[in-house]
Design a protein around this ligand. Structure first.
Ligand SMILES: CC(C)(COP(=O)(O)OP(=O)(O)OC[C@H]1O[C@@H](n2cnc3c(N)ncnc32)[C@H](O)[C@@H]1OP(=O)(O)O)[C@@H](O)C(=O)NCCC(=O)NCCS
Length: 278
């Protein structure tokens, strides 16, 4: 029998165990952030007397993301992943969400398709050791006074007000938000945060000119460290930049949606926030 229940703070170790088992990059802070952003929308699956699966939703008004879909390798193929998804979708339907999005691994994609998700576009995870480089002259660290403008810029480019997630990242990593501005207008921003396997560079949302400057600068900031950057494959300039810096594709994700389609500006997505946040 499969039972789905709400996730609590006591389940953080379960989440960490499953992310490690799957080789994912999330840290304890990432899991705690899911619980903080959507305390009633993170779920655990129990089977055979133990907790064996997780999922997390994050509602941004009429749109929501689903992430952390993980089932213990010993009990896969028994319908637990599907049940977690159904439960999450039911929660989101009750919240009157019109669009649900997620970034699917190849293992997850068939389950999502059966539940009505449609593929939208592919993202490539680039990995490697960041090369040395010059820090960008046009770039400044973002002060709290411009956080609201960054959120507004992000919404214009991504079609979603991700303010609650970005605010949480700003609070946790205030030294790792960099921006390019022209006459006081935001042209782009980039963030990075520690991961279990590598520094996750992203989100980077920017105009064509600002994007390459920001990504170069972030790589220079991480010189000699392992980095992951998730880039839409259709953003050719970002892909070329990653390749010319010696980064290689580790895996692909398929961004999928269910319900009303949101059209984000792919050329402005130089790096996504990571598969768990869009
Ligand atoms: C993806 C993942 C969550 C799926 O979990 P799961 O519990 O194995 O998923 P399900 O059992 O619901 O479905 C998997 C398959 O088993 C089948 N299945 C469903 N119920 C079943 C049952 N009662 N008995 C046997 N098989 C069943 C499904 O039809 C599906 O088959 P398919 O390959 O034809 O699509 C799991 O593989 C996982 O944790 N992978 C690593 C992390 C990951 O990639 N997560 C997805 C992120 S997007």
């Amino acid at each position: 029998m499969i039972k789905i229940r709400q996730m609590t703070i006591d389940d953080v170790q379960l989440g960490l165990r499953l992310t490690r088992q799957a080789g994912w990059n999330q840290t304890e802070s990432d899991i705690l952030r899911f619980l903080k952003l959507e305390p009633e929308g993170c779920f655990v699956a129990e089977h055979g007397g133990g907790a064996v699966g997780t999922t997390a939703t994050c509602v941004f008004g009429s749109l929501a993301w689903i992430a952390m879909v993980l089932v213990d390798v010993d009990v896969r193929g028994k319908g637990i992943g599907t049940e977690l998804l159904r439960y999450s979708l039911n929660y989101l339907d009750k919240r009157k969400v019109k669009t649900v999005r997620l970034d699917a691994t190849s293992a997850g994609q068939p389950i999502y398709e059966k539940l009505g998700f449609t593929p939208e576009y592919q993202l490539a995870r680039f990995e490697g050791i960041a090369p040395s480089g010059k820090r960008g002259a046009l770039i400044t660290k973002a002060a709290p006074a411009i956080y609201a403008s960054i959120i507004e810029f992000d919404e214009r480019m991504s079609g979603t007000n991700r303010g609650k997630m970005l605010s949480s990242l700003f609070e946790e990593f205030p030294d790792d938000i960099h921006v390019v501005r022209k006459e006081d207008k935001i042209e782009g921003f980039i963030m990075s945060r520690p991961g279990a396997n590598a520094i996750q560079i992203g989100p980077c949302i920017a105009t064509e000119d600002a994007g390459s400057v920001l990504l170069h600068d972030a790589l220079a900031h991480c010189t000699a460290e392992s980095v992951f950057i998730d880039i839409p494959v259709d953003n050719a300039k970002a892909v070329i930049l990653a390749e010319s810096n010696g980064l290689r594709i580790q895996r692909y994700f398929m961004r999928m949606y269910r319900g009303e389609r949101i059209r984000d500006n792919i050329k402005a997505i130089w790096s996504s926030s990571g598969p768990e946040k869009g």
